[in-house]
Design a protein around this ligand. Structure first.
Ligand code: SPV
Ligand code: MG
Length: 313
């Protein structure tokens, strides 16, 4: 006699199709000739909003997540604190998440533990940058010490060796242009990182115009997909230039955090100055909040699990 009334399909039938998970989808996005976009998010809410607005990938930004914690983008947050936020973002969404892994939070061993854990909490890829630990945000100050290229290659090899899903991606980010060591060094390092096993190269620039990015992409060609974060040069560069350069993925790296920063500050000031909330025009209605977080699902779930629920009557 069967003691179960459940009609589940066998375990094998419930396995997702190979490559249909977030890492596989992100890998295909990287390889696609279409320009793709990853929107910054720094918590479950900003992740949900970005997905609801149609972004097909998210960037778990070190700067934005640190800022949302009230901390500086200087590895002040521990890596486990950081990945707790990434896990909330993953739970709240289904699109691929690219995790900002900074410089790997220490040596090759810290980097591979971080990398492995990022995969376990649901990320699709990790970006690692070739700076020393602790790293400083690329737009703060002028001193940006690069790690020796060979040491960074060892980190790449250690991380790639530790992943479970073969589709999980490592994006090697060179800060050569941020550190001011020149285009030749940037290309040389990117080539070494490719040979060490990176799946894509993230070339970063702090200029107000995109000429370094254009030059790098022309010299680089199609050796590996290129990722950029046009934080400083987006205002002067039509996105089509990135298409013409063959860039794979544009990361809008900190724009939700900065939008929230400005809106929260403005709202606090208005309420402080007027001792009133009646005139605030930019607030989201609570109904929007409840819709996005799918409060209705609770009622539907109750009706599924309680046979005497009024909805079943
Ligand atoms: C981040 O978002 O933390 C980045 C990208 O590393 S940027 O701040 O543009 O350097
Ligand atoms: Mg960062």
């Amino acid at each position: 006699m069967s003691i179960s009334t459940r009609t589940e399909s066998p375990e094998s039938a419930r396995q997702p199709e190979a490559g249909s998970g977030r890492p596989g989808r992100f890998r295909r996005m990287l390889a696609s000739p279409e320009l793709s976009f990853a929107m910054e998010a720094h918590d479950g809410l900003s992740a949900r909003i970005a997905q609801a607005e149609g972004f097909r990938a998210l960037w778990a930004s070190g700067l934005s997540i640190s800022t949302a914690m009230g901390l500086r983008d200087n590895n002040e947050a521990s890596w486990s604190q950081f990945l707790q936020v990434v896990e909330l973002m993953a739970d709240a969404t289904s699109v691929p998440i690219v995790v900002d892994g900074d410089s790997g939070h220490g040596n090759f061993n810290s980097a591979r533990r971080f990398f492995r854990k990022a995969e376990q909490v649901g990320a699709a890829a990790v970006s690692l940058e070739d700076k020393i630990f602790p790293k400083m945000n690329s737009f703060v100050g002028t001193e940006h010490e690069l790690a020796p290229a060979e040491e960074f290659c060892a980190k790449i090899r250690a991380c790639k060796d530790s992943q479970q899903d073969p589709e999980f991606c490592l994006i090697a980010r060179t800060e050569s242009l941020i550190a001011g060591v020149g285009m030749r060094e940037a290309i040389d390092r990117a080539e070494q990182y490719r040979l060490a096993g990176a799946d894509a190269i993230f070339i970063h620039s702090k200029k107000q115009v995109s000429d370094e990015i254009v030059e790098f992409s022309q010299e680089w060609g199609e050796r590996l997909p290129l990722v950029i974060a046009p934080t400083t040069y987006a205002a002067t560069t039509p996105t089509d230039i990135f298409r013409r350069c063959g860039i794979s993925t544009v990361i809008w790296a900190n724009h939700s955090m900065r939008a929230a920063f400005a809106a929260i500050r403005q709202t606090c000031r208005e309420i402080r100055d007027t001792e009133s909330v009646s005139h605030l025009e930019t607030l989201a209605p609570l109904s929007n909040v409840f819709d996005l977080l799918d409060y209705d699902e609770l009622e539907r779930a109750e009706s599924r699990f309680f046979t005497d629920h009024p909805m079943n009557g």
